[in-house]
Design a protein around this ligand. Structure first.
Ligand code: C5P
Length: 220
């Protein structure tokens, strides 16, 4: 482990999309490369943190020097995240699917001429909200993300209150920004002490800046 301000501090990071099976061959997913979450895990590692990285099926190569836990669904991600606690800080960078199928289809849904299937959804657990609202063993600092396409700061501020996390990293993922799947990010850090607009920069630089902020917040 690297020497640094987070030496010996345990930090949970969730990353990537989740996949929710429709049947054995189809799934619904969120559009997430896992690049930002991976960069955050690496930046925390470089400050000495003991990182537990819970990732859905993401394209981004897995970070080295961290504990990697691979999951597929939101429910698996929740179980892995809770099992990784206690941690001093938790960063929820995953793009979790909001819904899964209400019932599992053990066999492939057959295509039938002139007949369309109807999919019935059930709500997935909100991992960030659950961990933020833990009454026992809550990480000292809980950081969520808000990927928005409209009214970014207003929506993200409301999300911070609704979920109960300490900070929200808000970003504009409108297609025109090229952020989704790209190498840059433009974020606003929303804390209890106001909004910080960060300039557009590489996802690695966003990660390094966030990791440094986390180290400062946790103190020595
Ligand atoms: O509600 P929304 O999906 O916009 O919230 C985004 C934030 O909440 C992210 O930090 C994401 O990782 C987290 N989240 C979660 N579990 C969910 C949905 C979102 O942890 N089921």
């Amino acid at each position: 482990l690297a020497d640094g301000p987070l030496k010996g501090r345990r930090v949970l990071v969730t990353s990537g999309p989740t996949h929710e099976p429709i049947d054995p061959v189809r799934y619904i997913a969120n559009r997430s490369s896992g690049a930002q979450g991976t960069a955050i895990a690496e930046a925390l590692r470089d400050l000495g943190a003991e990182v537990v990285f819970v990732t859905g099926p993401a394209d981004a190569p897995r970070p080295a020097g961290v504990e990697v836990i691979e999951v597929e669904t939101a429910r698996e991600m929740r179980a892995a995240a809770l099992a990784a606690l206690p941690a001093e800080a938790a960063v929820f960078a995953a793009a979790v699917a909001d819904w899964r199928m209400a019932a599992e289809n053990g066999s492939k849904i057959k295509k039938q001429a002139g007949k369309l299937p109807t999919l019935e959804f059930a709500e997935n657990p909100d991992i960030l909200a659950e961990v933020s609202q833990m009454t026992e063993g809550r990480p000292g600092l809980v950081v969520g993300f808000a990927a928005e396409t409209d009214d970014v700061v207003a929506n993200a501020t409301a999300k911070r209150t609704r979920k109960g996390c300490d900070w929200i990293v808000a970003n504009d993922v409108s297609p025109a920004t090229g952020i989704m799947g790209g190498s840059e990010n433009a974020v606003v850090l929303i804390s209890g002490e106001g909004n910080e607009v960060w300039p557009r920069m590489g996802k690695r630089d966003v990660a390094a800046r966030l990791a440094a902020r986390i180290a400062a917040a946790l103190g020595t």
